[in-house]
Design a protein around this ligand. Structure first.
Ligand code: ASP
Length: 303
């Protein structure tokens, strides 16, 4: 950290593949982040505030907008936070709560860095985290669309036969044949005026998926990374992103002096075009986003 005061920067994304009409949600998120910087001056708190805003938006696949699992009733969510003060926390497959990103921050205060499944959900109850179990008509409609896609011959997840989800079905209720892949994450990266970096991410996961599926979002170095040279967040198909440990790989390039925009592009170019991927990042002097599809995003930089 530089220790000396400088300008701040914040970038937020609403998930690669989501329409640019949702830019307004990302703009509200970065404004929330800036407000938080004005209150605490803390990069991580600003990133968390931005992500929580998008979790509450209802249009993004995170928090209250999370996709339904194939059984049409379960919602499993992942989230993560990390900063250059040593805070690191994540949750995976947590159910029935309003803001997974706030739970990820709470995990960072326990002896652990990642809580998953029932343990994460019970931890949320133990600390009095707000419950959220209402399913919106928007979520139901997305689920109906997905089932139709799975019934078709075009793979809903690139490279994976639609039949695989039926063959390995592990939900409690029997499979009703479901049909387009949905994935999306929200994320924010922040450089505070004190030179610290923070990152926060949250997702309802990808669809279609088996019960218990975890993507890149709560996995350090894959979906997110922050270090003294910057912070990076990824969005896209987690099964592909983890194979490249994408966030840490891109961070390594900026650490070695590559300009941020070039590093983000190089990261996205690691993937074939049918694999949707997007990245956002901040460094000591830069703030940028890049994806191989449209990606709602917003950025505020104060020199
Ligand atoms: N990366 C998320 C996941 O695989 C989804 C996304 O970012 O679109 O869970």
């Amino acid at each position: 950290m530089s220790g000396s005061e400088q300008g701040f920067a914040i970038v937020a994304h609403g998930g690669v593949g989501s329409p640019r009409e949702y830019d307004d949600g990302c703009e509200r998120a970065v404004q929330r982040g800036v407000e938080e910087l004005g209150i605490s001056g803390d990069a991580l708190e600003a990133a968390i505030a931005a992500v929580a805003e998008m979790e509450d938006d209802g249009r993004f696949n995170a928090g209250s907008g999370s996709v339904l699992c194939l059984d049409g009733s379960t919602v499993e969510m992942d989230a993560s936070i990390m900063d250059t003060r040593g805070r690191l926390g994540a949750v995976a497959c947590v159910q029935g709560i309003r803001n997974p990103v706030l739970l990820a921050r709470a995990v960072a205060e326990t002896p652990h860095w990642l809580l998953a499944g029932d343990g994460a959900t019970r931890f949320a109850a133990a600390i009095g985290h707000p419950v959220h179990d209402r399913i919106s008509e928007r979520q139901r409609e997305a689920h109906r669309k997905l089932l139709k896609e799975l019934a078709g011959s075009v793979p809903a997840m690139p490279g994976v036969s639609n039949h695989a989800f039926l063959r390995y079905w592990n939900y409690q209720t029997p499979a009703t044949l479901p049909e387009s892949a949905a994935c999306d994450t929200v994320g924010a990266v922040v450089r505070a005026a004190d030179g610290h970096f923070g990152v926060a991410c949250s997702t309802g996961g990808s669809a279609p998926s088996l019960l218990g599926r975890v993507g890149d979002t709560p996995i350090i170095g894959s979906g997110f990374f922050a270090g003294p040279h910057g912070a990076i967040a990824a969005t896209g198909i987690g099964e592909h992103i983890v194979r490249h440990m994408l966030a840490r790989t891109v961070y390594g390039w900026i650490e070695n002096g590559m300009p941020l925009e070039q590093a983000l592009k190089r990261g996205v170019d690691l993937f074939p075009n049918e694999v949707v991927v997007g990245l956002i990042g901040v460094t000591k002097t830069e703030a940028a986003s890049h994806g191989n599809r449209d990606m709602p995003h917003a950025r505020i930089v104060q020199a």
